[in-house]
Design a protein around this ligand. Structure first.
Ligand SMILES: [Zn+2]
Ligand SMILES: [Zn+2]
Length: 223
């Protein structure tokens, strides 16, 4: 079953629902205050609230260039290419259904599984103009890692996966691990800081992922 509720209906659940629903209530409450400050639509404010939620929950955002059929913020579609001349089957200017067009967009929550030409967290280039200045202001102070190629956004934190050493039971995060020489040059975080155990690129994995992640503030000189 799927219910479609208005913002006001969702707000009326405030404090009376399960935690999963309460997260959505908080997002809607927040997006309503955003809208009152003007300049963005309801859908855009919902997306900003969602992006901030992802930033906090996952400790990171992505900023991946992509092409999408429909924008989740403005419902715009790029439509289809148009025929350039008349033929037996079509008129000049008709839509060519075999040639879908794509809107330029950014995916802010790219995971391991990518659905072609679709994003659930992000926005098209048009929405970017109005949404991004608001979003960037709100991202200041949120403990989340933002890719450095997103130049206008704050870069104050790094996210590291938590790790545990199966040899000595050391627990910490990837940023604390010893850097080892990689085969093709460069370094990778592969050594336990507490014992001699190491992760080989194609071999033993002695220091394993444990639950959660750690956010580390980047100090001025390291930026
Ligand atoms: Zn859009
Ligand atoms: Zn160890």
């Amino acid at each position: 079953m799927k219910l479609e509720l208005t913002d006001d209906e969702i707000i009326s659940l405030d404090g009376k629902c399960e935690s999963d629903t309460q997260i959505i209530v908080e997002q809607i409450k927040f997006s309503m205050t955003l809208r009152e400050s003007g300049g963005i639509t309801a859908k855009q404010s919902h997306m900003i609230a969602k992006i901030l939620h992802v930033a906090k929950e996952k400790g990171r955002l992505t900023y991946q260039r992509t092409g999408i059929r429909y924008c989740p913020c403005c419902n715009d579609s790029a439509g289809y290419a148009k025929y350039k001349r008349n033929s037996i089957n079509h008129q000049k200017g008709d839509e060519n259904r075999n040639k879908p067009l794509y809107l330029g967009a950014f995916n802010l929550d790219q995971g391991f599984i990518v659905i072609a030409n679709h994003i659930s967290t992000g926005y098209c280039d048009n929405c970017k103009q109005t949404m991004e200045p608001v979003l960037i202001k709100l991202l200041k102070g949120i403990k989340t890692q933002i890719p450095s190629h997103w130049e206008d956004a704050p870069h104050d934190y790094l996210k590291y996966d938590n790790k545990i050493c199966s040899k000595c039971a050391w627990e910490g995060h990837e940023g604390e691990m010893k850097k080892l020489n990689a085969l093709m040059g460069g370094k990778y975080p592969g050594g336990c800081p507490n014992c001699e155990a190491r992760n080989e690129v194609f071999g033993a994995q002695n220091i394993r992922l444990s639950e959660g992640f750690t956010i580390v503030e980047i100090k001025g000189e390291e930026k």
